[in-house]
Design a protein around this ligand. Structure first.
Ligand SMILES: [Ca+2]
Length: 277
């Protein structure tokens, strides 16, 4: 039994175990089964509150960004140490993204660049086969408006082929698509698991992932972060009056008016007394 419990500690690593079904925070949790023969079941806790107790390896749950989930397995001898997982923030909405790449293969396989953001992990973008599509390769994202980014998420192809998996990578960001700044660099393992590159908190409207492998492919890419708030299109100014600075009402002979905003603007009210006749 002691051996079993020790094994639990080793085998409960949650490797990309959580698959988020909907980013409304109602999710399905999945984890890797423990191969020990005497496992009775698993429990998942959020904080100190038990979310689910089941013998299966998946369960519906409601979670929030930053929640720390703990997963334990149990057998007749006891409960394992928990494997911890912090719920990541949801990715940026990909509506309006414009994707371009150093090349794409559309003749010999349907591997156009749009496949990297189509929400289907079975479809891939792949660089053009063979010469002259030599490395380095890149995938470039143009966002519809600036965003503050904290991470780049990369899902390699899921069909078992390693061709195109990004290993040594670099992520660049840009405000204008002309001047680029290095945001991250590193090496990913050449397997099919989801990868993440931390970007810090960078404001950018353009992001470029560089790879130096012979080919480059992606099943799905995401950015973690949030769009910067958009300026209002207009403001409405409403003159008001008050006898006591507490009770206010609109001025009947100075109706509200709307001013369009093209850039940041300031407003003030100019008051000029008129002498008694
Ligand atoms: Ca895809």
């Amino acid at each position: 039994m002691i051996r079993s419990l020790l094994m639990l500690l080793l085998l409960l690593a949650i490797t990309a175990a959580m698959v988020l079904v909907a980013w409304g925070r109602d999710v399905t949790l999945r984890w890797n089964p423990n191969p020990e023969p005497d496992i009775i079941g698993y429990r998942v806790y959020r904080g100190i509150d038990m979310l689910v107790a089941t013998s299966a390896t998946s369960a519906p749950a409601s979670v929030e960004t930053g929640d720390v989930l703990s997963l334990v397995a149990f057998n007749a001898g006891g409960v394992s140490d928990p494997a911890l997982y912090t719920v990541p923030p949801p990715p940026l909405d990909r509506a309006g993204w414009i994707l371009t790449a150093s090349s794409e293969e559309t003749a010999r396989e349907p591997a156009g660049v749009a496949n990297a953001i189509d929400g289907n992990s079975e479809t891939i973008w792949h660089t053009r086969w063979g010469s002259p599509a030599l490395p380095p390769h890149y995938l470039r994202i143009e966002l519809p408006r600036p965003a503050v980014l904290s991470g780049f998420r990369y899902l390699p192809r899921q069909d078992g082929s390693p061709n195109g998996n990004v290993t040594a990578y670099e992520v660049e960001v840009s405000d204008d698509g002309i001047t680029w700044e290095k945001a991250a660099t590193g090496t990913w393992t050449t397997d099919a698991s989801r990868k993440i590159s931390e970007l810090g908190l960078r404001s950018a409207r353009f992001v470029r992932l560089w790879g130096n492998d012979p080919f480059m492919a992606a099943a799905e890419i995401h950015l973690i972060g949030s769009y910067e708030p958009t300026a209002p299109a207009s403001v409405t100014l409403t003159p008001q009056q008050s006898p006591d600075m507490a009770n206010w009402s609109d001025l009947a002979d100075a109706p509200a008016f709307t001013v369009p905003l093209s850039t940041r603007q300031f407003f003030r009210l100019k008051i000029e007394p008129t002498p008694q006749p």
